[in-house]
Design a protein around this ligand. Structure first.
Ligand code: FE
Length: 232
């Protein structure tokens, strides 16, 4: 129930540009104790993804890394023109601007991590049915080819970054981004994502990124979230 309410809150609006306005951002904040950017609650319990992702990983990843990006973004935008902007606007306006790289990196990581938490579900993974299943078959012939492409993108991303399923000209496409880079910076609509920074898997899988990605595909992908993104 908690997860469904969260999804409704964050995904109620139509376009990706407005997706996160309701869920993540308070656009007015007269006091510093009421920050512009807030960290949404996790859509599952911290031990909810075990045995594939441990509570310990979630504690660090959500509680330290993601929280850190939220706090740093607020620190960097306070007193600037970005202070009252929706998160996606901040990301798009700072993308590629050399002296705004710190704001971009932190704001994009806030968005990416929220999208990542929602891309997983304790009872997720496997072969989807419904509209998303149909879209995968249209775009990739079959589920097997889709999973191979996703695994390949996530494993081959050199160093830190993300692998994404995005919607491009009505078809699903798999892309990867480096460091904090994010499809929304380029006006591309994300459907699902996996974090392949080492902090996402090292405690549970050490250097075995492929095992982490396989577990994500087989047991964690939140197809309901993907289908909602497809419909928006
Ligand atoms: Fe991360």
């Amino acid at each position: 129930m908690q997860r469904r309410e969260f999804l409704k809150l964050t995904l109620g609006a139509g376009a990706i540009g407005t997706l996160y306005v309701a869920g993540m951002i308070k656009t007015s904040h007269a006091q510093s104790s009421n920050p512009a950017i807030t960290q949404p609650s996790l859509p599952f319990k911290k031990e909810g993804l075990e045995p594939y992702i441990s509570a310990k990983t979630i504690e660090f990843h959500y509680g330290k890394h993601h929280a850190g990006y939220v706090s740093k973004t607020n620190q960097l935008i306070t007193g600037t023109g970005y202070e009252k902007m929706p998160l996606v606007d901040i990301i798009q306006k700072t993308a590629g601007v050399a002296d705004k790289a710190a704001i971009f990196n932190n704001a994009a990581q806030v968005f990416n991590h929220t999208f990542y938490w929602n891309s997983m579900h304790p009872k997720g993974g496997g072969k989807p049915t419904g509209k998303i299943g149909q879209k995968i078959e249209e775009s990739y012939e079959n589920h097997q080819k889709f999973t191979e492409s996703f695994l390949d993108a996530a494993v081959s991303q050199f160093g830190s970054g993300w692998a994404w399923v995005v919607l491009d000209a009505g078809k699903l496409k798999i892309i990867k981004t480096t460091n904090a880079d994010t499809p929304v910076a380029h006006g591309i609509k994300p459907i699902l994502t996996i974090d392949v920074w080492e902090h996402a898997y090292y405690l549970d899988y050490q250097n075995r990124r492929a095992d982490y990605v396989r577990a994500f595909i087989e047991h964690l992908i939140n197809w309901e979230f993907a289908e909602q993104n497809l419909a928006d």
